[in-house]
Design a binder for this molecule. Structure first.
Ligand SMILES: *Cc1c(COP(=O)(O)O)cnc(C)c1O
Length: 415
């Protein structure tokens, strides 16, 4: 709150494609997609039109004992796209994590293994900040204060390739990190319900990236030791890593898949947890208490589901993934000079995410960079010394040039 006195929040009057426009008409490139939620820019005509149409039909109805077309269609389409045939809806990412954790535990309980209560997550992972989600999150700044309220969970070595030894490939390091998971499971699989991972990119860890071999090995270990694999694709889903879902790049399917953020194109809060047939079947029972009793008032909200359908339409109609591939290759080439800059280390890129670390970053680096970028018309929020770009997919030539120009200019300014 005190920091806001020095850096007041930007009052935003309008959004237009990748741009945020304040009340004085100043324009800022939304280079982080409004906290990674926006996919196709602000005020997209097709999403707007779908929502206007939905507003005149049905805004919301209780999803206990009622249903509606947008939620049925969305569930069917997500099932086709992910191979996971059952969907449970929540209102945001953290609630998706809670649902996945509870569902995994309850599956084991219904299956005669109530001792499987433990959860494993990856070092520096982020899964949201409600108490259950925070228990599997490993970001000290968010977690330490609330530690007395949290459940104990186990963190395994991070596959982040920045931690590789000199000369060690990203793949070799990913497999070395997976060996730590294997050692833990050899001892504790009996009391463990699930492993939760952010596939390919750990966003809040500072866009830490890892080789898909980690996910393949994790999938194999979860199968061998009888625990669930929960993929938290809340940030990386919907094309962000260059495929519709990040797990596709490892050729694996999780038991539980958490989706949110981009699911509505950044319009409305919605999350979905998709699960396998085996998990669904364990709850299919005459006894109410063996069902998954978890509810949110706005579960399966009709407007949010309709926005999500419009997003899926845009993916299907627009060859978005292929177009992003060309766009990304071009911006990466344009950023070569940034990657080679003497202050820059660990330049990394996957899909529509770019990040680099600034070697000589001083305390307060993130805020300074944020303010200087704003003065250049770019809205950014570095994480520690990691600068990243995660723009809406609709950026064009002018926006790419702005990203490169601002990076070079800010790197040339002393801290
Ligand atoms: C943002 C995020 C969450 C939490 O989502 P909220 O909607 O902010 O609660 C969980 N996991 C990952 C990987 C995220 O990036």
């Amino acid at each position: 709150m005190k920091h806001l006195e020095a850096t007041p929040p930007l009052p935003i009057a309008r959004g237009e494609g990748p741009w945020l426009i304040d009340y004085e008409g100043r324009r800022y490139l939304d280079a982080i997609s409004s906290w990674w939620v926006n996919l196709f820019g602000h005020c997209h005509p097709r999403i707007n039109a779908a929502l206007r149409d939905q507003l005149d039909r049905l805004e919301h109805v209780i999803l206990a004992g009622c249903t509606h077309a947008p939620v049925v269609e969305l569930s069917e389409r997500l099932a086709r796209l992910t191979g996971l045939g059952h969907a449970f809806y929540g209102s945001d990412g953290a609630s998706a994590t809670e649902i996945a954790l509870k569902m995994s535990f309850h599956f084991w309980r219904n299956s005669g293994q109530p001792q499987k209560t433990g959860f494993i997550s990856v070092q520096h992972g982020y899964h949201g900040e409600t108490l259950g989600a925070l228990s599997v999150t490993d970001v000290a700044l968010f977690k330490d204060t609330y530690a007395p309220l949290l459940r104990h969970t186990h963190q395994v070595q991070s596959p982040d390739w920045r931690l590789a030894e000199p000369g060690e490939s990203a793949e070799a390091y990913a497999l070395r990190a997976a060996a730590d998971l294997e050692r833990y499971l050899e001892q504790h699989a009996d009391t463990t319900a699930a492993l939760i991972v952010e596939p390919l990119v750990q966003g809040a860890a500072g866009m830490a990236m890892h080789h898909p071999a980690y996910l393949q090995k994790a999938r194999a270990l979860c199968d061998r030791f009888g625990i669930h694999l929960i993929a938290d694709e809340i940030a990386v889903g919907f094309g962000r890593t260059g495929t519709l879902f990040a797990c596709e790049q490892a050729g694996i399917r999780p038991d539980l898949l958490c989706l949110s953020k981009g699911i509505t194109g950044g319009y409305l809060p919605l999350s979905a947890v998709l699960c396998s047939e085996a998990i669904y079947a364990a709850f299919y029972d005459d006894h109410t208490a063996r069902g998954f009793l978890h509810s949110h008032s706005y579960t399966g909200n009709a407007l949010a589901c309709r926005a999500a359908l419009a997003v899926l339409d845009l993916f299907e109609g627009g060859k978005v993934i292929a177009a992003n591939r060309d766009k990304a290759a071009h911006l990466t080439a344009m950023l070569a000079e940034v990657a080679d800059h003497p202050r820059v280390t660990h330049f990394r890129h996957l899909g529509m995410i770019w990040a680099f670390d600034v070697k000589d970053a001083k305390p307060g680096f993130s805020r300074t960079w944020h303010e200087r970028a704003l003065a250049e018309g770019v809205f950014m929020r570095p994480i520690g010394n990691s600068v990243y770009f995660m723009p809406p997919y609709v950026i064009g030539e002018a926006e790419k040039h702005l990203i490169v120009r601002v990076s070079r200019k800010l790197l040339a300014m002393p801290d």
